[in-house]
Design a protein around this ligand. Structure first.
Ligand code: GLN
Length: 454
């Protein structure tokens, strides 16, 4: 088997289905084929191969790829070509994976359906009338439709796990600090992580092994030893203790989703684990705290897009200020503007105690809930999302309903703990995701449970 054939397969699959799925914003055909040819040559000359040798991958378009347009699905970056790679992209290059293209997303990773992309809406491969979830919807749809073997997404409040759930694939949000964010275009720096989206848990562990680790270019990346994730896939979960938060199976969770998760819990029991109901009482404040904090961070992070330093500039304005204003007004979409305004308001002088401080206090309580439960249990299990994939257009005019999609994924970003979504059956003919949440830096146990269950 030659790498050129594998890469050729991936590209022809994209040509066959992407006109319907719209998972890619750009396809790197020529460069991918050159890379494949180089790997084939290497294969002929030596036995030395990277861990992901010749595997076709998609990369979310908010992760920097040298010389390859990185748009964040925004008009303001529609012409932006990075001059360096993100650290994760460097790691994947070193492991001999092949970049096939850049995946669609909600603009600047703000959204839960991919409908906020300023270029096009990605469709769910299971039913193209439905959304793939977001914001890494392109990355999840690309894997689900067999266009690439794996992809990278980013998860600020659920953006890897929720689309993985909607598209019936496996998606991990690592512990905060486990994977370098150097070269990830920042939305909410204190919450987000890059992570792998794959078909199987084993594939996921392979990619994670490649991208995890300390990076001197990211001061928030942690200098904590990396486990051997593959050796965690023993299939043995006897005597493992699982906590099931009652808040995560209550009101607002669809009956079909609840049934699939309950069936998964029975399966985990058959495999030798035990579970008990617990409470995470402060999770009910998570969505409110998240939108305040994430928007505050976004308002500061997105200040750098002024039409001067990066991307698109509106020409011939009368003054510098007008150039800024016009470039930003034309370059950002409605949801991004909404967040910048909300964040700027929350951070303005006089409001700190009422909003930002309160939200940080709620965040501390939410994290404390997780620490308390995870001191007594190995993992926490529940659904990834309250519903299955919804129809394109169904929620786009109602931001608050849209925000509620992340009600079960946001608490983990606020707490910084690792969490995976694995497929656990179907409801209304659409995939349901099971979420498995672990202790800080204990991706191994998360993988062990997910793999045994899968
Ligand atoms: N849907 C959430 C938001 O819109 C989460 C996005 C994300 O994880 N990047 O902010």
């Amino acid at each position: 088997l030659k790498v050129s054939d594998v890469v050729g397969e991936s590209i022809s699959r994209i040509k066959e289905v992407d006109g319907k799925v719209h998972a890619f914003l750009s396809v790197n055909e020529e460069e991918a084929q050159n890379q494949a040819a180089a790997l084939d040559e290497k294969l002929a000359g030596t036995d030395e191969r990277g861990l992901l040798f010749g595997l076709p991958m998609g990369i979310k378009d908010n992760i920097l790829t040298k010389g390859l347009t990185t748009t964040c699905a925004s008009q303001i970056l529609s012409n932006f070509e990075p001059i360096h790679n993100a650290t994760v992209v460097e790691n994947l290059d070193q492991a001999d994976a092949v970049t096939i293209g850049k995946c669609n997303m909600d603009e600047f990773a703000m959204g839960s359906s991919n409908e906020n992309s300023s270029f096009k809406v990605t469709r769910n491969p299971w039913d193209t009338d439905r959304v793939p979830g977001g914001s890494s919807g392109g990355s999840a749809a690309a894997v689900a439709s067999g266009e690439v073997l794996f992809s990278l997404g980013s998860d600020t409040g659920g953006s890897i796990r929720q689309p993985a759930s909607y598209c019936g694939v496996v998606g991990l949000k690592p512990t905060y600090g486990r994977v370098s964010r150097f070269g990830l275009v920042a939305f909410a720096s204190s919450l987000e992580q890059i992570g792998p989206i794959t078909r199987t848990v084993e594939d996921n562990a392979y990619v994670m092994q490649t991208i995890a680790g300390h990076d001197k270019m990211d001061s928030t990346s942690a200098d904590v030893e990396i486990d051997d994730y593959l050796s965690a896939l023993t299939g043995d979960i006897t005597d493992l203790k699982i906590a099931v938060p009652k808040e995560y199976l209550g009101e607002g969770v669809d009956e079909g989703v609840r049934e699939s998760v309950q069936e998964a819990l029975r399966e985990l029991e058959r495999l030798g684990a035990t579970w008990e109901e617990v409470s995470l009482p402060h999770s009910k404040y998570a969505v409110a705290a998240y939108y305040l904090l994430a928007s505050s961070e976004a308002s500061a992070n997105l200040a750098r897009f002024d039409g001067i330093r990066y991307g698109v500039r509106v020409e011939n304005e009368s003054s510098l200020l007008e150039t800024y204003k016009k470039s930003r007004s034309e370059g950002f979409g409605d949801e991004v503007k909404r967040r910048i305004m909300l964040g700027t308001f929350a951070l303005s002088s006089g409001y700190y105690d009422a909003y930002y401080k309160k939200a940080q206090q709620a965040r501390t309580l939410i994290k404390q809930d997780f620490d308390d439960i995870l001191a007594d249990y190995d993992v926490i299990v529940g659904p990834t999302a309250p519903t299955v994939a919804f129809k394109v257009g169904e929620q786009i005019d109602d931001p608050l309903t849209m925000y509620a999609n992340d009600i079960l994924t946001i608490p983990m970003n606020l707490a910084g703990v690792p969490a995976i979504s694995v497929p656990c059956g179907f409801s209304e003919g659409l995939p349901v995701g099971l979420q498995i949440i672990g202790k800080h830096f204990d991706e191994s146990t998360v993988y062990r449970v997910a793999h045994a269950y899968e």
